[in-house]
Design a protein around this ligand. Structure first.
Ligand SMILES: Nc1nc2c(ncn2[C@@H]2O[C@H](COP(=O)(O)OP(=O)(O)OP(=O)(O)O)[C@@H](O)[C@H]2O)c(=O)[nH]1
Ligand SMILES: [Mg+2]
Length: 346
């Protein structure tokens, strides 16, 4: 007999890895069926250190994740990994970039790896990934790593909702620092220049350092507040409060052979301690939860609305906008009244 979602949650929390794997699949495939499981395990969450890893394709994120996992394992910490991989489908391809390194991890009960293909679902990716991270948290993993390619907004949003966010750079991917192009530099708590064995690493570090020191526009909005550099932005929501500033450290690594990884891991710990001692942990979580609830609400409302629309109406509206008989706003008004959302409240 197929175990119920509730059974899976019970077993996963109790340490059953097979149940955990099934639960993660359920979360990915059927949010509705997974809902009771989430209710069951939610009170067990909030303990793990959730770490987002993002950066341009091929910068070595997966290799780095594996190397970090090994470093934490050496300290006796357990590690859960979610890799959001837009390229390879769930079943095929390499689970994580460096197979050899991952083989070192396989068979270790203290490590759990899940690879997930990106789904197009609106607002879905973040919700699924966060729930999966919660399942790993509830299952008792000390560190939960979420790897996403810093390419799409959805993926970046996921990494951003972590407690500590790493942005991974690599030299030789082009003249400019990749994260600037992708606009993800501002979400970094720790900047990693991986592939430090490659030529150009020093220049990449220098470029990043200059940007941090002179205040890249994105960094400026984060730090400049009443002319003072203090850690205030939507992730550090402490209005007008004097808090110690966290300046993202830049760490050079060679993930492929583990060089610099211990330092990286210690910087990640430092960031967590910083959040704790600066009293930022709870406000940061609150800010993240607010974003998450808004996203979930948006997705739900849209889904409901689309379900209520009579067949073909959306297409009709597009036609009318194209034929200039309605403005886009007028089309929206018409859609809303067709879906009778104004009557939904009753
Ligand atoms: N020279 C060198 N190569 C590395 C290093 N780290 C990773 N690589 C190699 O770079 C390639 C990409 O590594 P991945 O770990 O798959 O990179 P990724 O960022 O996870 O890639 P995507 O998930 O596809 O965006 C692999 O061939 C790795 O072996 C490094 O420190 N130095
Ligand atoms: Mg990868």
């Amino acid at each position: 007999m197929k175990p119920s979602a509730l059974d899976l949650a019970e077993a996963a929390v109790a340490g059953n890895r097979r149940a955990l794997a099934q639960l993660l699949t359920l979360i990915e495939n059927n949010a509705e069926r997974a809902a009771p499981a989430m209710s069951r395990l939610y009170s067990h969450t909030g303990r793990a250190h959730i770490i987002g890893i993002t950066g341009a394709p091929g910068t070595g994120k997966s290799t780095l994740v594996a190397a970090m996992a090994q470093a934490w394992r050496a300290e006796g910490k357990t590690v859960g990994i979610i890799a959001v991989d837009p390229t390879s489908p769930f079943t095929g391809g390499a689970i994580l970039g460096d197979r050899i390194r991952m083989r070192d991890l396989s068979g270790d009960e203290g490590v759990f790896i899940r690879s997930m293909a990106t789904r197009g679902a609106l607002g879905g990716l973040a919700a699924v990934t966060l729930d999966q991270a919660r399942a790993l948290d509830a299952a008792g993993f000390d560190k939960v790593l979420i790897e996403t390619v810093g390419a799409g907004q959805n993926e970046v949003a996921v990494a951003r909702l972590a407690q500590t966010t790493l942005v991974v750079e690599a030299p030789g991917l082009g003249d400019e620092v990749q994260a600037i192009k992708a606009g993800i530099l501002e979400i970094a708590d720790v900047l990693v220049v991986n592939k430090a064995d490659r030529p150009g690493a020093t220049q990449t570090v220098r470029a990043l350092r200059t940007m941090i020191e002179t205040g890249h526009p994105a960094l400026k909005t984060r730090w400049m507040h009443h002319g003072q550099m203090i850690g205030v932005d939507d992730r550090y929501p402490l209005e007008d409060q004097d808090v110690a500033l966290w300046i993202p450290p830049i760490v050079e690594t060679v993930a492929a052979d583990g060089k610099g990884v211990d330092l990286l891991v210690s910087k990640i710990e430092e960031h967590r301690n910083y959040l704790e001692t600066a009293g930022l942990r709870a406000p940061l979580e609150r800010a993240h939860l607010e974003v998450e609830l808004m996203n979930r609400l948006e997705a739900r409302l849209l889904k409901r609305l689309l379900e209520r629309l009579p067949e073909g109406v959306l297409s009709e509206m597009v036609t009318s906008v194209q034929q200039r008989t309605r403005t886009p706003e007028q089309a929206i008004e018409a859609l809303l009244s067709q879906a009778e959302v104004l009557a939904v409240e009753s």
